[in-house]
Design a protein around this ligand. Structure first.
Ligand code: GRF
Length: 205
């Protein structure tokens, strides 16, 4: 995209939405040329929806239970997402596996944040798995989404040390702090036209 354009973001959440909120705040505070034009949740009780409403961002709840299969749920999601003509679809704690058709439709403009140093620990319960494996370093990854779960080109990673005193909750909290730095950085990089080099932790404000 040209430097004068504003990147339109549709953000998908399922829960508290702290990464969505971090991106929203960073857009304003760090003057990122992006705009969150809609927030979509598959759960009506997602706490992040309250923040979105207070911020005046259009919200949609599309409950997956109301659909006979993944494909029809994803088709409805795509219909609503595409009505906002996004340049980027941002998965921010969206706890649904997406169909191949969905991923192919948004390929190259669909990103996710995952709480591990991919390719290590795809899937769930990443913090406990890292502790159990005796890892000394853990972290988070922002990546483009491909059809295989938690795969795709890595944009930026943040590392945190695993401490001897760590529980999964303590480790998750330290990783989350870094997620809130790297997700806005990835959005900024895309909004600025994805010019090399990719952002790194060292280059963050
Ligand atoms: C984060 O840990 C993220 O890495 C994972 O789900 C969690 C979402 O948290 N994909 P929040 O809803 O953004 O607070």
């Amino acid at each position: 995209m040209s430097s004068a354009e504003t990147l339109r973001l549709v953000v998908l959440i399922s829960g508290r939405g702290s990464n969505f909120i971090a991106i929203h705040k960073a857009i304003a505070e760090q003057h990122i040329r992006a705009d969150i034009v809609a927030v979509i949740s598959n759960r009506a009780d997602a706490a992040g929806l309250d923040y979105a409403k207070q911020a005046g961002i259009p919200t949609h709840v599309i409950e997956h239970q109301g659909f006979p299969d993944r494909e029809s749920f994803d088709r409805e999601m795509m219909r609503v997402i595409d009505s906002y003509q996004p340049g980027l679809v941002v998965l921010a704690g969206f706890m649904r596996i997406l169909s191949g058709a969905f991923v192919r439709h948004y390929r190259g403009r669909l990103i996710n944040i995952h709480p591990s140093l991919l390719p290590k620990y795809p899937g769930l319960n990443t913090h406990q798995r890292a502790i159990d494996a005796g890892e000394q370093v853990h972290g988070a990854t922002v990546h483009f989404v491909e059809e295989e779960v938690d795969s795709g080109e890595i944009i930026i990673q943040a590392k945190v040390p695993v401490l001897a005193s760590d529980t999964k909750e303590k480790l998750a909290a330290r990783v989350l702090e870094q997620e809130h730095r790297i997700y806005p950085a990835a959005v900024r990089w895309i909004a600025d036209g994805m010019k090399p080099p990719k952002p790194t932790m060292e280059s963050l404000p």
